[in-house]
Design a protein around this ligand. Structure first.
Ligand SMILES: [Zn+2]
Length: 211
């Protein structure tokens, strides 16, 4: 069994969605003990978006049962979709495995650009049709190695609306996807911090591989 950590370490000033505050960590030491005060946006680093991210009437992470954050995942290699977007055909290749899976992780290759301006632009987004297709096969969590499920300039955010509107989770800023087998299912845990009223929360995301 091999465990792969797909989460980014939270560091002060790490790249976040434009306009969001970046993490602040104040280290303290007193009487021989070390502690720290942290200040975080709920969408900093690798994190989970709840349906409540776009609608105050919708469910928050802390309202969701623990089973929500566990399941079988499938990785689709979408590196060839740069410049055109991720379409049904890219997912239909894996239709059989996708029907078994709870989570779909999309590898765009953009994780290598993290921390640079290039990370924020030009990544291939999932089309609404492809999102609907995956939802129709029972996918209830969508993971991206990008800063957002929608392009950064998008004002309408159609993919957020489609996925969160269907009650699915979105995971953003994944890393380490190159260690995962494409087209094979594996166990995934995407465990957000247990915050009250969480529209989103930083998460530890790990894959469990057979070998
Ligand atoms: Zn988010």
């Amino acid at each position: 069994m091999k465990i792969v950590d797909l989460s980014r370490t939270i560091t002060p000033g790490m790249q976040c969605f434009p306009g969001d505050m970046t993490p602040e960590i104040e280290r303290l030491e007193a009487d021989g003990f070390r502690t720290a005060n942290i200040s975080l946006c709920t969408h900093a680093g690798t994190h989970v978006d709840a349906p409540a991210h776009m609608s105050s009437q919708s469910v928050t992470l802390d309202m969701m049962p623990p089973e929500t954050f566990w399941g079988l995942a499938l990785l689709a290699d979408a590196r060839g979709a740069a410049g055109r977007g991720i379409e049904i055909a890219d997912l239909a290749l894996h239709a059989e495995k996708l029907a078994e899976a709870d989570f779909l992780l999309l590898r765009t290759g953009w994780e290598d650009k993290f921390g640079t301006e290039e990370y924020l632009a030009g990544f291939p987004a999932l089309s609404c049709e492809a999102a609907q297709y995956a939802l129709s096969l029972g996918i209830r969590g969508f993971g991206f190695d990008t800063i957002s499920a929608d392009s950064v300039e998008s004002e309408e955010c159609p993919i957020h609306k489609t996925l969160l509107g269907a009650g699915a989770l979105i995971i953003e800023n994944l890393r380490g996807l190159d260690a995962l087998p494409a087209g094979e299912t594996f166990l995934l845990a995407a465990l957000p911090m247990p915050l009250a009223n969480a529209d989103g929360a930083p998460a530890r995301v790990m894959a469990v591989l057979e070998n």
